[in-house]
Design a protein around this ligand. Structure first.
Ligand code: ADP
Ligand code: MG
Length: 323
C-alpha cells in the first residue's frame, strides 16, 4: 500500500516545483484571495504555502491525505466538466508519502484551528490549536525516504528557479489573487491581487513590458480567446516568452506554439520569438485535461477550430498594430 503511494507520487511530485504547483492549486480551489509561499533551499528543505481560503474541516483533516479523497468530484459527470484545478484527490497523498507534512487549517465555520502532522504517509498527530484563517501547509525534506529521487533533483538554485517560475505562471492566470513568494527569507514575487493582468505582468516582468503590451481577443461559438503580445521588436531568443492558459490552467502546447510561430512569421526577425500571454476559455466538455497527472497538457476535441481561432485573434491584432 505504502509502496504504491510512493510509486504514484512519482507522477504527481517530480520535484519541489511540482509539489508547490499542487499546493497552489489547492489554495486556489479553496477560494483564497491571498497566497503566501516560502521556500528554503529551492524547496528541497522546506515549502510553505499559506492561504486565506475556506479551510478544511477538523473532521476531514486527516483524510485529505488518503488516496482519491477529493471534495471536488461527486459524480462521474463531474469528471467530464472539471471546474476546479484539482480533481484527482492524489496530490496530498502523494506529497505526504514522500515528505514530512504539517497542515494547520481553520475551517470557516469553526472556532478553532486544527493541526496534523503526517510523515511518510502516516498521520503522526492531530490537535486543535488557535489559527487565524485559512490553511498553512508545510512540506519538509521532500524525498527523504526515496534517495533515488532526491539524487535526481538539480541544485537548490535551479530548483528555486523552477519553484518561482511555477508561482509566476500560476499568478498570471489569477490576477484577483495576491501572490507573495520568498526564497530563503528574501522576497521574490509580489502581485497586488487587483484583478488586472497588466499588474501581474508588470510586477513579474517589469514595467517596460507592460508599456509594450498589445491586446487581442476574439469570441467564436463557445470559444473565447484573449491575451497580450509584446511588440515583436522586443522579442526573445527562445520561446520562453510563450505563456499559454486553457481555462486558467497553465499548459504546454505544441499546437499553440506553432500557431504563434505562424502568426509572427513575418513580423519577427528569424530566430527570435515574441512574448505572448494567451488565454483560452473553452467548455470543459470540449477538452480533456486528463492526459497526464501533471495536467500540463490539454487535448482539444476540435484542434483545427481552436488553432484557427487563436491564429485569427493574434494575426488580426498584429495587422491593426502595423497600420
Ligand atoms: P484534489 O485537489 O484533487 O481534490 P488533493 O490531494 O490536492 O486532491 O486535496 C485533497 C482535498 O484536501 C481537497 O479536495 C480539499 O478538500 C482539501 N484541501 C487541500 N488543500 C486545501 C486548502 N489549501 N484549503 C482547503 N482545502 C484543501
Ligand atoms: Mg489538489
Amino acid at each position: 500500500e505504502q509502496l504504491t503511494h510512493i510509486l504514484a507520487a512519482g507522477e504527481v511530485v517530480e520535484r519541489p516545483a511540482s509539489c508547490l504547483k499542487e499546493l497552489l492549486e489547492n489554495s486556489i480551489d479553496a477560494g483564497a484571495s491571498l497566497i503566501d509561499v516560502k521556500i528554503e533551499k529551492g524547496g528541497m528543505k522546506r515549502i510553505e504555502v499559506y492561504d486565506n481560503g475556506k479551510g478544511i474541516h477538523p473532521d476531514d483533516i486527516e483524510y485529505v491525505f488518503e488516496r482519491h479523497t477529493t471534495s471536488k468530484i461527486k459524480s462521474l459527470e463531474d469528471i467530464f466538466s472539471i471546474k476546479t484545478m484539482g480533481f484527482r484527490g492524489e496530490a496530498l497523498c502523494a506529497i505526504s508519502s514522500v515528505a514530512k507534512v504539517t497542515l494547520v487549517s481553520k475551517h470557516l465555520e469553526e472556532e478553532q484551528g486544527c493541526m496534523v502532522k503526517v510523515e511518510g504517509g502516516k498521520v503522526l498527530s492531530k490537535s486543535f490549536c488557535p489559527f487565524k484563517k485559512g490553511t498553512r501547509i508545510v512540506v519538509e525534506d521532500i524525498f527523504y525516504n526515496t534517495p533515488a529521487r532526491l539524487k535526481f533533483l538539480k541544485s537548490p538554485s535551479t530548483e528555486q528557479k523552477y519553484c518561482l517560475e511555477m508561482v509566476e505562471k500560476i499568478a498570471i492566470a489569477w490576477p484577483e489573487i495576491s501572490f507573495r513568494a520568498e526564497a530563503d527569507g528574501k522576497r521574490q514575487i509580489f502581485t497586488p491581487g487587483d484583478n488586472k493582468i497588466e499588474s501581474v505582468i508588470g510586477s513579474i516582468f517589469g514595467i517596460e513590458i507592460v508599456k509594450n503590451l498589445v491586446e487581442f481577443s476574439i469570441e467564436k461559438e463557445s470559444l473565447k480567446v484573449w491575451g497580450y503580445f509584446v511588440n515583436p521588436t522586443v522579442s526573445r531568443a527562445t520561446r520562453s516568452g510563450y505563456h499559454f492558459y486553457v481555462n486558467r490552467r497553465y499548459i504546454k502546447s505544441k499546437l499553440f506554439s506553432s500557431c504563434v510561430d505562424e502568426a509572427f512569421k513575418n513580423s519577427v526577425i528569424t530566430g527570435r520569438f515574441p512574448i505572448v500571454f494567451l488565454f483560452v476559455q473553452i467548455p470543459p466538455s470540449e477538452i480533456d485535461v486528463n492526459v497526464h497527472p501533471s495536467k500540463l497538457e490539454v487535448k482539444f476535441r476540435d484542434e483545427q477550430f481552436v488553432y484557427n481561432t487563436v491564429y485569427k485573434a493574434i494575426a488580426d491584432s498584429l495587422k491593426s498594430e502595423k497600420m
